[in-house]
Design a binder for this molecule. Structure first.
Ligand code: GDD
Ligand code: MN
Length: 361
């Protein structure tokens, strides 16, 4: 028994073909199923088409209201409303080969804790897209960015299936944008991810609703999933990236001040300030952007204070290593790097526990 959830927006012209193809495929084994169309109130003939189809096929139409139009939320609405425990999700535009449904269902039945994906990138899979180089790179970059989150070659796929009992409470699913499959894969309690090869076909009728806005949402979504999965490590890497950008600001001002005629010792002392302020602002806006806000001036002062402690730390380690150990005196760059690394660790600890934390210890 299977519920097939199909999110739709302006797909009236594809539904009859989809319903008959699904029925033809599933009737071979006599599989009991429902085709659950989750439509975001399309301004087309979807309602009439579904009414007509439901006379012949087990088609059910869901038209959620009271929220903005959204592919991922529609899919989650469909999963919640599904009549059966085995759920598959697929696009309405016939991009996903209906003939693969039985193989995917078999995989789900054999392994009840599996997340089964229709995959374009494993051997046997394909896509017939006439993509330009940018779209191709874009898609591969998007896939690559999700790889540390899940063991799946096609985490972007919109064709997947699972047993509903493996899902967390659906309230805990918070996808942004298009990648609801990735969201479920990361947050669900699955034993395995099983990939079934599919031949992906470009849609023939209607247009894709994917756009640049959706890609920006994907970045937001990724950040959220990384945070969910790696929590402190995500913050640490983010912290490091901001720190590296601060280092560039530091160097720029160091040279700028000298170009304005300052001696290098004074320039070194002054360039610390724009750099430390830059870091503070970026950490406030992005690294720790999800944490509760605190008063600016006071937080800035604390950050400066913490950074100065780190900076002295950095400097002392450098002095100690180069003056006490001949090896480091020879390789000063190494000593400098050890100093920077220790100070960064120190800064991160101070920031996460003190400067940006909700409650102060
Ligand atoms: N309910 C609802 N609400 N459905 C929507 C919405 C929406 O706002 N936007 C799109 N859909 C439906 C479409 O009608 C279609 O059935 C399905 O979601 C996929 O939308 P397309 O617009 O055809 O997307 P795509 O072909 O660019 O993207 C597909 O392939 C990608 C991988 O290349 C999707 O499957 C993506 O999830 C997938 O990442
Ligand atoms: Mn499509």
């Amino acid at each position: 028994m299977l519920t097939i959830v199909v999110p739709t927006y302006k797909e009236a012209d594809n539904l009859a073909l989809l319903a008959s193809a699904v029925d033809k495929t599933l009737s071979v084994n006599g599989t009991i199923y429902e085709l659950l169309i989750v439509d975001d109130n399309s301004p087309d003939d979807t309602v009439n088409v579904c009414a007509l189809l439901s006379q012949t096929y087990p088609v059910r139409l869901l038209q959620p209201t009271g929220r903005p139009r959204d592919l991922s939320i529609s899919v989650i609405d469909g999963i919640e409303a599904a009549r059966y425990l085995h759920v598959m999700v697929m696009d309405a535009d016939l991009s996903h080969p209906v003939e693969t449904i039985p193989a995917m269902l078999d995989a789900m039945l054999e392994n009840p804790r599996a997340f089964v994906v229709g995959s374009r990138y494993i051997p046997g899979g394909s896509f017939d897209r006439q993509w330009g180089i940018w779209r191709f790179l874009n898609s591969h970059l998007a896939t690559l960015m999700a790889r540390p989150l899940v063991k799946c070659t096609d985490p972007m796929s919109g064709f997947f299936g699972f047993n509903k009992t493996c899902l967390p409470d659906t309230g805990q699913l918070q996808p942004i944008g298009y990648k609801v499959g990735l969201e479920i894969m990361v947050r669900g309690e699955f034993g395995d991810i099983i990939e079934v090869p599919i031949g992906f076909k470009d849609r023939e009728v209607g247009t894709s609703k994917m756009n640049f806005g959706q890609q920006l949402k994907y970045l937001q979504h990724l950040r959220r999933l990384y945070f969910y999965k790696f929590r402190n490590r995500t913050e640490f890497v983010h912290f490091g990236v901001v720190g590296a950008s601060g280092f560039i600001v530091d160097v720029i001002f160091f040279y700028l001040f000298q170009a304005l005629g300052m001696p290098h010792t004074l320039a070194r002392g002054l360039s610390f300030w724009p750099a430390v302020s830059w870091n503070w602002l970026l950490h406030r806006q992005s690294t720790f952007g999800h944490r509760p806000r605190r008063a600016r001036l006071r937080q800035w002062l604390e950050f400066v204070f913490a950074s100065m402690v780190g900076f002295s730390f950095n400097w002392s380690i450098y002095i100690a290593l180069t003056s006490q150990v001949a090896f480091f005196d020879q390789y000063r760059m190494l000593a400098l790097m050890i100093g920077v690394a220790s100070a960064s660790l120190f800064n991160f600890a101070a920031s996460t526990w003190f400067v940006y934390s909700k409650t102060r210890i």
